[in-house]
Design a protein around this ligand. Structure first.
Ligand SMILES: C[S@@+](CC[C@H](N)C(=O)[O-])C[C@H]1O[C@@H](n2cnc3c(N)ncnc32)[C@H](O)[C@@H]1O
Length: 283
């Protein structure tokens, strides 16, 4: 399918481009990578930790300014409308959930591991995809599920998905998963969604998921060093906790999820961290 074929390097077409032109081209398509590139440039210039810290704080202030006064629906609608997670350059990708939803090295092992888990349950389960985004990933898991409900908070995205994926018989619903009652199912899948939310919103999701589902398949972008401080709070927005050296761990405070069992399904290295998928068996 089109999404599986996407590679970041295909955006660079002219072999005579200078490195600076290539970097600028990639940044124009993926503006969310700018802070990481700025940081690499500062490190290459031998700048000290204080300069790096100041650069991170300036970035956080710019992010806060970008979304000031907006509610959660307005924030994610703006991100898609202004392509703040980048874009592929391909006309059919009207909505683009970011490279984490399209780069093969991340998506292929995920689909394979989650498909294996779903198959291990015996009967095909009813799945609820919470924060389905552009559905490039969910579409690949559809054959392994019985019923499939896919929820997102962005109205034009949900409308678009209903048309684009009509043949897959998916029930696309417009929901705020932090505050609206969730559809029922056997397995909840939440992929690279919580990492963008404030702790208060994550709590709203977690309390419902633990009551309504037998399993949770959760994917989060985390620092690769063990021993990072989990669950530092941040405002809901485009960025994730990697910039403050943190990441989401649902079994730690303030979420305190108490699963019957948990197991890592797969991991992929990305942007100085790791994208980890964990399956939780819920009480
Ligand atoms: C980075 S995208 C990930 C999309 C998809 N899960 C994937 O892995 O390709 C995060 C998605 O979560 C959605 N989202 C964020 N907060 C939400 C909320 N409170 N309720 C429903 N959807 C939400 C966003 O609109 C966005 O589409």
């Amino acid at each position: 399918m089109d999404t599986a074929a996407f590679k970041l390097e295909t955006t660079v077409k002219d072999p005579n481009q200078t490195l600076l032109e290539v970097v600028n081209h990639i940044l124009a398509m993926h503006p969310n990578l700018a802070p990481a590139v700025e940081e690499i440039a500062l490190m290459a210039q031998g700048k000290d930790q204080t300069t790096l810290k100041r650069q991170r704080e300036a970035h956080r202030a710019r992010e806060a300014q970008l979304f000031q006064g907006l509610n959660t629906q307005e924030i994610f609608t703006k991100i898609y409308a202004e392509r703040l997670w980048g874009h592929s350059g391909q006309a059919e990708h009207v909505f683009w959930s970011g490279t984490g939803s399209h780069v093969e090295a991340t998506v292929r092992p995920y689909v394979s591991a989650v498909a294996g888990f779903l198959a291990s349950l015996g009967d095909k389960p009813d799945v609820v995809d919470l924060g389905c985004g552009d559905f490039a990933v969910g579409a690949q898991l559809r054959p392994f599920c019985n019923g499939y409900v896919a929820c997102d908070i962005v109205p034009p995205l949900v409308e678009f998905n209903r048309v684009r994926f009509r043949s897959l018989e998916v029930d696309f619903q417009l929901l705020n998963i932090a505050t609206d009652p969730l559809p029922r199912g056997d397995v909840a899948m939440i992929r690279q969604v919580l990492q963008h939310l404030s702790n208060a919103e994550i709590l709203g999701v977690v309390r419902q998921v633990e009551q309504n589902f037998k399993h949770l398949v959760l994917t989060e972008h985390l620092p690769s060093e063990p021993g990072f401080t989990p669950n530092l709070d941040k405002p809901t927005g485009r960025d994730i906790r990697m910039g403050i050296g943190s990441g989401i761990v649902l079994t730690a405070a303030p979420f305190n999820l108490k699963p019957l069992a948990e197991r890592t399904l797969c991991e992929a290295a990305e942007a100085g961290g790791v994208i980890r998928t964990t399956v939780y068996q819920l009480a």
